[in-house]
Design a protein around this ligand. Structure first.
Ligand SMILES: CC(C)(COP(=O)(O)OP(=O)(O)OC[C@H]1O[C@@H](n2cnc3c(N)ncnc32)[C@H](O)[C@@H]1OP(=O)(O)O)[C@@H](O)C(=O)NCCC(=O)NCCS
Length: 255
C-alpha cells in the first residue's frame, strides 16, 4: 500500500457513459463477469453492469498496455471473504485503482494510480431522488443537519443528493461501503468546495481528498481518494471509447 502523501494532487480520470444495449460489449468481460451478468434478471441492470465493466476494462487496458480480457479483477470482501467487496485491479501492469457508479442509465468510472478512489453519482430527479428525499436528512450528522435546515425548501432535494454523493464517494474509496453509517462520515455543505470534515484519526482529519463532478443534467457526482491532499480531475467521454470497441467491430484493441 502506498503511504499517504500530504503534498500530492492526485491525477484522477472520470469516464462518463450512457447504458449501452450492445450485446458485443460482453465480449470484453471475463468469465466471472459474464456469469454475474447472466444472473442479473432485469435487462437494464444487466446492460448497465456490462457497459460499466466494458468501459472500465477498455480504459484500464489502455493504461496497462494489454487486452481488456487479460485484466484480472477481484471482488473478494476483505471483511468476510465473500464475493461482494470493493472491486480491485490485480494486474498485469501498474498499480491502478478504480471505482464504478451508476444512477439510472448514467455510468461513471474513476481511475487513479497508487491511491484508492471512490466515485458516486446521484439523480436529482425521478425515483432515485425521491428515495433520497424520503430518507430525509436521516443520513446527515448534527453539524450537517444544521446547514440543511438553513436551506430554502426548493434547494433541499439537490443538496441531499450532493451530501449523499460526497459521503458515498468517501465510503467507496475506503471500501467500507454502506457498512459504515453515513452519519459517521461528515462532509462540507453543498454550497462549499467538497471536503471531508470527519472522521478524525488521532485528533487529525483522515486524509481523504474530494472533488465534485459535472455529470449531465439531472445528476450530481463526487470522487474521493484516500491518502492524498487533493485531486486533479479530468472528465472524459466514455461513450466514444465504447463505440466501436466491442470485439468484432473492427476497431483495433490494445494487445
Ligand atoms: C458500495 C455500495 C455503497 C454501492 O452501492 P450502490 O449505491 O447501490 O451502487 P453504485 O452504483 O453507487 O456503485 C456500485 C458499484 O460499487 C462498487 N462496489 C461494490 N462494493 C463496494 C465497496 N465495498 N467499496 C467500494 N465500491 C464497491 C462496484 O463496482 C459496484 O458496481 P458493479 O458491481 O456493477 O461493478 C454498496 O454496494 C455497499 O455498501 N457495498 C458494501 C456491502 C458490504 O461490504 N457488506 C458487508 C458484507 S460482509
Amino acid at each position: 500500500m502506498t503511504p499517504p502523501d500530504p503534498e500530492l494532487a492526485l491525477p484522477c480520470e472520470v469516464w462518463w457513459a450512457q447504458l449501452s444495449g450492445d450485446p458485443a460489449l460482453a465480449g470484453l468481460l471475463d468469465d466471472t463477469e459474464r456469469r454475474r451478468a447472466g444472473r442479473l434478471a432485469h435487462r437494464s441492470v444487466r446492460e448497465r453492469f456490462v457497459t460499466a465493466r466494458a468501459l472500465l476494462r477498455l480504459r484500464l487496458a489502455e493504461l496497462a498496455g494489454t487486452a481488456p480480457t487479460a485484466l484480472r479483477l477481484d471482488t473478494t470482501c476483505l471483511r468476510c471473504g465473500g464475493d461482494h467487496g470493493k472491486p480491485r485491479f490485480l494486474g498485469p501492469g501498474p498499480d491502478l485503482h478504480f471505482s464504478i457508479a451508476h444512477a439510472g442509465g448514467r455510468i461513471a468510472v474513476a481511475v487513479t494510480r497508487d491511491f484508492p478512489v471512490g466515485v458516486d453519482i446521484e439523480s436529482v430527479a425521478g425515483r432515485q431522488a425521491h428515495a433520497l428525499t424520503d430518507l430525509g436528512a436521516s443520513f446527515l450528522a448534527p453539524a450537517e443537519l444544521a446547514d440543511y435546515r438553513e436551506l430554502p425548501p426548493g434547494a433541499r432535494a439537490r443538496a441531499l443528493a450532493v451530501w449523499w454523493a460526497r459521503k458515498e464517494a468517501v465510503l467507496k474509496a475506503t471500501g467500507a461501503g454502506l457498512t459504515l453509517p453515513m452519519r459517521e462520515v461528515t462532509v462540507t455543505a453543498p454550497g462549499d468546495p467538497a471536503a471531508l470534515r470527519s472522521p478524525r484519526e488521532g485528533g487529525r482529519r483522515a486524509m481523504v481528498a474530494l472533488h465534485d463532478l459535472t455529470p449531465r443534467d439531472g445528476h450530481v457526482g463526487c470522487v474521493a481518494a484516500v491518502g492524498v491532499a487533493s485531486l486533479t480531475v479530468t472528465e472524459h467521454d466514455g461513450d466514444e471509447l465504447l463505440a466501436g470497441a466491442a470485439p468484432g467491430s473492427g476497431r483495433t484493441m490494445p494487445s
